[in-house]
Design a protein around this ligand. Structure first.
Ligand SMILES: [Zn+2]
Length: 170
């Protein structure tokens, strides 16, 4: 169960995505000693970052295989787009993200480590808010957005492909 590690005023949720994120970031920092999370060593932080990179690649690769098998090509990596989508189809203005269940706070698989729980709860909440803000920025720029959960790709690759084909007909 994801939720803020500290009370967030109800009014914050009524704000625009993006602004909402800024407010939560500010609240978060105000709750931290020296602006840092307690009990998270640089070593621990690096180790988790390494895990993150690996998981992203595995999930990305799973989608890449689905696309290749279906004969879909034409995606690029556009670093300048908000949120740096994992796949971007310029001809269809379609951005696809593959979200790791842990890092993006999947409610189905949602697991929060018991160690440093407030840290993880808050960090994962912030990631979710950031995803929502990214979606909004892309959509308001006329870009279609699809997000897949890691578990969806693992369990229902064919359904993921169907969703892509609906927005990106060959
Ligand atoms: Zn999941």
């Amino acid at each position: 169960m994801l939720g803020p590690a500290f009370p967030i005023p109800q009014a914050v949720w009524a704000l625009e995505p993006g602004l909402e994120l800024t407010v939560v970031e500010r609240l978060l920092k105000s709750k931290l000693r020296n602006g840092r999370f307690d009990g998270v060593t640089p070593k621990h932080s690096r180790r988790m970052a390494a895990i993150r990179g690996k998981r992203n690649k595995t999930t990305e690769l799973a989608l890449r295989m689905v696309l290749v098998r279906a004969g879909i090509s034409g995606w690029v990596l556009d670093e300048k787009l908000p949120g740096r989508p994992d796949f971007y189809f310029p001809s269809k203005t379609l951005a696809i993200f593959v979200d790791g269940c842990f890092w993006h706070g999947c409610k189905k698989c949602g697991h929060i480590p018991n160690r440093n729980r407030p840290y993880w709860t808050t960090k994962l909440l912030r990631n979710r808010l950031r995803d929502a803000a990214t979606n909004k920025r892309l959509r308001s720029a006329g870009v279609k957005v699809i997000r897949f959960w890691e578990h969806e790709l693992k369990q229902h690759a064919e359904l993921c492909l169907k969703r892509i084909l609906l927005k990106n007909p060959i």
